[in-house]
Design a protein around this ligand. Structure first.
Ligand code: AQP
Length: 333
């Protein structure tokens, strides 16, 4: 059955292996299924929920687009655009914000994590971020949303908002309740320094992540220095599960090689840590370094990237503005 796919990535710099394995790789696989309609967005309105330098933001919008293209997204097959160029997203968010309930937003764990202890000083935008995300998805009647594990709760909120809108305005199935598409395994890639912390763009330590723009030496060095424990390589899954750092590295290897974890355990049992780390570095250099090279090549042609975003925005605008108009009619405007 054909799926309508929507997903986004924030242009907040340092796109990393977690973004790739948790989300972007899946975007590309979904694009390969010919019957799917795929819409991928550089969600720059989301990025400004945290203060951004205007020049760096501009650069990061292009860089995120280059990551999409270098990873295999094709503007002839998918709509690729940046959110701020389609004003319907913000308009939809206002209306849906009047449908969503405070209690629902208060439960969002990502706000709690990102705002930290000083939540009084967090932007209002950071708090209402999940409503903008709901607008992004619902305006395109998306049926499926490929995301990392960390976005599951926001997707549930999107479904709640759709349900309440449909019931408040007596419009069954008018807003489509989207399904999350979360990688079955390895859906949460962890920091190379701490197996209990998510690999993240904003981690101050560059050693904690493999950036998609890293060169060969950086990839090899980061894996060499990645935290492990002092045990021997595991011969079964239950041992591995008790060792967060190694579990993460085994997950990365399995995901990058498209093989299941048991096969990875079998491949390395009885071997040395250095054998495993060498194989992991080789696999990452083989799969990630070409992406890095392509990103750098694409970034030399800003005009090409800008044209893709402009043409994508014009296609997206047609779909999103029609839905916003339909929403307006339902609510009596
Ligand atoms: N570590 C991760 N493992 C698996 N998936 C991940 N994603 C992010 N980190 C991981 C997924 O990548 C997609 C795009 O993410 P985003 O641009 O919306 O930003 P984010 O989730 O805020 O990314 P970061 O790196 O975690 O940024 P900071 O440092 O700001 O917190 C999403 O589908 C996300 O699930």
């Amino acid at each position: 059955m054909s799926k309508k796919i929507f997903s986004g990535v924030q242009p907040t710099g340092n796109l990393h292996l977690g973004n790739y394995l948790g989300a972007i790789k899946n975007f590309v696989n979904l694009q390969k299924e010919k019957e799917n309609i795929c819409i991928y967005c550089v969600v720059d309105l989301h990025a400004i929920t945290i203060k951004q330098d205007p020049e760096i933001l501009k650069k990061n919008i292009r860089e995120t687009t280059a990551v999409f293209l270098a990873s295999g997204l094709d503007p002839k097959k998918s709509i690729i655009f940046n959110q701020s160029m389609v004003s319907s997203h913000a308009e939809g968010a206002w209306i849906l914000g009047c449908v969503a309930r405070m209690g629902w937003l208060n439960r969002m764990t990502q706000f709690k994590e990102k705002a930290g202890k000083d939540k009084e000083k967090a932007s209002v935008g950071l708090y209402i971020y999940p409503i903008l995300m709901a607008s992004d998805i619902l305006l395109y009647d998306a049926t499926h949303v490929p995301v990392g594990e960390d976005q599951k709760q926001h997707l549930e909120l999107t479904r709640d908002i759709a349900q309440k809108f449909n019931s408040d305005f007596n419009a069954p199935n008018f807003l489509i309740e989207p399904e999350p598409l979360i990688q079955q395994n390895f859906s949460r890639i962890m920091s190379l320094k701490d197996g209990k912390k998510k690999m993240s763009k904003s981690d101050p330590s560059d050693q904690s992540r493999i950036n998609l723009t890293d060169n060969k030496d950086q990839i090899v060095n980061k894996i060499k220095k990645a935290k492990t424990d002092s045990g021997i390589l595991p011969d079964n899954d239950s041992d591995l599960q008790k060792r967060p750092e190694l579990n993460n590295l085994y997950g990365i290897f399995s995901s990058i090689q498209d093989q299941n974890l048991d096969l990875t355990i079998d491949e390395f049992k009885g071997k040395n840590f250095s054998d495993f780390k060498n194989s992991l570095s080789d696999a990452l250099v083989e799969k990630i370094y070409p992406i890095s090279l392509e990103i750098n090549k694409l970034l030399k042609d800003e005009r090409y990237i800008d044209e893709i975003l402009l043409s994508g925005a014009s296609k997206a605008e047609k779909i999103a503005s029609k839905k916003v108009n339909d929403i307006k009619k339902k609510i009596g405007f």
